[in-house]
Design a protein around this ligand. Sequence first.
Ligand code: HEC
Length: 206
Amino acid sequence: MNVDFPAPSPSAVAALAFLAVALGAGDAGAQADRAKLLAGRALVLSHACGDCHGGGNNPAADGFLAGMRDTTQQFRIGPFITRPRNLTPDNTTGLGRFSERQIFNALRFGLRPGETADIEITGTMPGQGNFPLHPKYLAPPMPWPAWRHMTDEELWAIAAYLKGGLKPVRNQVQDSDGPPDFWASEYTVEKIGAWPAVAYPAASEK
Ligand code: HEC
């Protein structure tokens, strides 16, 4: 059976096509953003960030990722007390004042976001590839020597989730104590291995 429709005018076709592309692109962008947040959330939950930073692995818990709130959450590392910080995007007490790149640099290179410039880092040797000559590292036991082995994509997803997927919570965590070298003598290649990791198989592998 043949049904005749009136042919739409060329300009109407063009307008509709434009609209479809614009809407589609917006949708795809929003979907990609959401997928990235969800990927970041899954990584945060599967890497026990909340065990130290608050709320355990339950995003519905009070104080989820809001940082240390009582002394049961602090650590004693030798003579120093260290304190898990507020990872919610509060501008004064949390990660709100830092860029996603500063969070990425914290997880990949262990560099304290509050004391490291917001720059792309391409080297791991102090003074090379924008790596600070006198790096100020995050205090133990923040497990960045393990987290740095996640892929770029994973670390960006975590940064996007912390900045964009959480409500800001105001909770000022007292600064951690530490040695004058900001732990540099603890975070040598000899002690924490290289990044990227040595080629497989290493001596203990087969
Ligand atoms: C074993 C405990 C522990 C776990 C698990 C942990 N952290 Fe931390 N984290 C810390 C401590 C302690 C500090 C504070 C370090 C300091 O003050 O120098 C910290 C600091 C940070 C900072 C720096 C914040 C700032 O304002 O300077 C970021 C970002 C961070 N952690 C993200 C994460 C993420 C993301 C995860 C999970 C993938 C995670 N942490 C898991 C203990 C932990």
